[in-house]
Design a protein around this ligand. Structure first.
Ligand SMILES: Cc1ncc(COP(=O)(O)O)c(C=O)c1O
Length: 617
């Protein structure tokens, strides 16, 4: 693991000049703080941050002649390489953006038309040392326990190898298994807590206890009432039970029932689906949209419909599992770029264009860039203007997953495209889910009509999965209409604004209290770094004792040394609720010594920029 300085400048600083302080004006009236995020593929394939080194992809051979298929919605049917090859790659991103601006009239010039503050402060050295010591001690005790279990001195509750297979290579043994058995289980009571109410700003939890050190749990029959919910993705507060708010959902339920019992391509195509899809397209400002019953399947089943063998997927290293699964199922070659790092992406694009496919030297049929609007573990916002400029420069396609950003950012909740003031046509495939901001379920694919028609006929989700249940479709319709003001009120817009205010307030106060928090200042996903493994359990238990429900996250969802609590701010949180949480955090931060930030104590943090990185052999 690389130990980092306090703030790293994002590799997007093209000039290598001394970066400004946070809040300083830089380049066309824009302030920018970035970082070079440590790669983590399941926590295992991390690369050193300090060195900024990148794992080299498979060696590719020079470009071949054959072009392949393009995504269906694009004119110019093939993924072709720039005819002037290397010389085009010498174009700066800004030049490329300017060229494109001339074409579509949308200004990405200077990339950011708005301030873009993103902070990923590094922990002080002693915290890193203590984190490693914590894991080392836990691991030693883990080996001791395994030894005692092997000798029969301690009872085994987990899966063990069968006696008749004892000469086989162990089936259930690997590091993650060891980790789960010996470290995770000790604090397991902080996960999978059953809730028994709507996940609004406050919720009720079912109390449970363990009689065997967290291997199993039993309910006590008591309910922990009115816990402040800082964990659900209820960004706009549409997860609600207020009868007047969900009246139309009730009406649709009594008219259509609950299930559709067929797929969209067979007998499961209802007027409610068409109404929803037209509304989604209008909301996003695109030609068409298709809705699916499950957000996860929207990614995992549609990516294989768009790309396949001979295509190249360039994925952010922190892409959600549904994107990763979709990419793997597609059979396309996958290469991973450093999180939100446009230099790393450009390097891969350049290599792909110059060398083509391995062995055959043919041109890649298509190149698809997978990114998310807001990254749910980091709270970072995709550098969309730069990535769009890159995709235009190298004639690749972009697939943008707005699961966490749709409804949650942008002046009217239209997601990151609106947040950056960009044109939705700049993104080839717009994907999002209805599970978060809209308090419902399902996902969508949106963009040009050709794209959506193609997905309608080719997606496994459309052909084989039962379509969305009508009351869920109605919940999305009513929430979306509210955000768009089509219900005749400004209530939806107020929710979007309240979320933005709550986010700014919560982040600012945490920063002032001295915590290390990650991500973009406009992101309602707020990770608070806890680092030391022993503190994860203590943090969540003590917060719950104060009637505050939090999500804590550790390996393998984060790098092993970056355990954190992840707060999700909602428009439905009142200022009193947020203050109660902040006061509790203030006390707990002192008690557990969690206030690691050096920013709040320093008017000028140490900055250094990293404008290049090397490939690792
Ligand atoms: C980025 C991203 N994409 C897709 C999904 C899957 O969506 P759903 O939970 O609606 O199935 C999630 C879920 O959290 C997500 O974070």
């Amino acid at each position: 693991m690389g130990l980092r300085g306090i703030v790293k400048w994002g590799p997007s600083d093209p000039r290598g000049e001394a970066p400004p302080l946070p809040g300083e004006i830089w380049r066309e009236g824009v302030a920018c703080v970035g970082r070079d995020r440590a790669p983590s593929q399941g926590g295992k394939e991390r690369q050193g941050r300090a060195s900024g080194r990148l794992r080299k992809g498979p060696v590719m051979v020079p470009l071949g002649g054959k072009n392949g298929l393009a995504l269906p919605m694009k004119e110019g049917p093939r993924q072709s390489w720039p005819s002037d090859g290397g010389s085009r790659s010498a174009l700066s991103l800004e030049e490329a953006a300017k060229q494109e601006n001339g074409i579509n009239g949308i200004s990405n010039g200077g990339f950011y038309k708005r301030p873009f503050h993103e902070s990923f402060e590094q922990a002080p050295m002693y915290v890193n040392v203590l984190t490693f010591v914590g894991f080392a001690v836990g691991t030693l005790f883990g080996y001791l326990r395994d030894f005692l279990r092997g000798c029969g001195l301690q009872k085994c509750v987990f899966a063990i190898e069968r006696e008749e297979q004892k000469d086989f290579v162990p089936l259930y043994q690997d590091f993650e298994n060891f980790f789960t058995r010996n470290l995770y289980v000790r604090i397991r009571d902080n996960w999978n807590r059953p809730i028994c109410s709507v996940p609004g700003p406050q919720f009720d939890l079912m109390e449970r206890i363990s009689d065997d050190y967290n291997w199993t749990f039993r309910f006590t029959g008591r309910t922990i009432k009115n816990v402040i919910n800082m964990g659900s993705y209820n960004y706009l507060g549409f997860a609600e039970t207020e009868p007047s708010a969900i009246k139309t959902v009730g009406t649709v339920l009594s008219k259509y029932g609950t299930g559709v019992c067929s797929t969209r391509q067979e007998m499961g195509n209802l007027d409610k689906h068409v109404e929803l899809e037209n509304l989604v397209a209008r909301f996003l400002g695109v030609e068409a949209a298709m809705a699916f019953g499950m957000g996860f399947a929207t990614n995992s089943m549609n990516i294989p419909a768009l790309v396949g063998k001979g295509c190249l997927i360039l994925s952010d290293e922190l892409s959600h599992t549904s994107l990763v699964l979709g990419a793997r199922l597609s059979g396309a070659t996958i290469r991973v770029f450093k999180h939100n790092n446009t230099q790393s992406l450009e390097k891969l694009l350049k290599e792909a264009v110059i060398h083509g496919q391995p062995r055959s030297r043919r041109a890649w049929k298509k190149i698809l860039i997978l990114v998310e609007g807001i990254y749910s573990m980091e709270g970072s916002i995709v550098r969309l203007p730069e990535i769009v400029a890159l995709k235009k420069k190298y004639k690749a396609y972009i697939y943008l997953d707005e699961a966490h950003s749709i409804g949650a950012v942008g002046p009217t909740g239209r997601g990151v495209v609106e947040y950056f003031g960009m044109n939705p046509d700049d993104v080839d495939v717009l994907m999002g889910t209805f599970t978060k901001s809209f308090g419902a379920a399902g996902g969508y694919i949106a963009g040009r009509k050709e794209l959506v028609d193609y997905v309608r006929t080719h997606s496994h989700s459309a052909a084989y999965a039962t379509s969305m249940c009508p009351p869920v479709a109605e919940q999305i319709i009513r929430a979306m209409k509210c955000v768009m003001g089509l219900d005749g009120t400004t209530q939806g817009l107020q929710r979007v604004q309240r979320l933005a205010e709550n986010t700014k307030y919560f982040r600012r106060r945490l920063h002032e209290l001295g915590f290390i928090i990650y991500g973009n200042e406009d992101s309602p996903v707020v990770p608070l770094l806890v680092y030391i493994p022993g503190k994860i359990g203590a943090f969540a238990r003590r917060m719950l004792a104060k009637n505050i429900g939090v999500v804590v996250v550790g390996f393998p969802a984060t790098p092993i040394t970056e355990s954190r609590a992840r707060f999700c701010v909602s428009a439905s949180h009142t200022r009193e609720m947020l203050d109660k949480v902040l006061n509790a955090l203030d006390d707990l931060g002192d008690f557990l010594n969690l206030k690691y930030s050096q920013h709040s104590r320093s008017s000028r943090p140490d900055l250094y920029d990293e404008t290049s990185f090397e490939l690792e052999d």
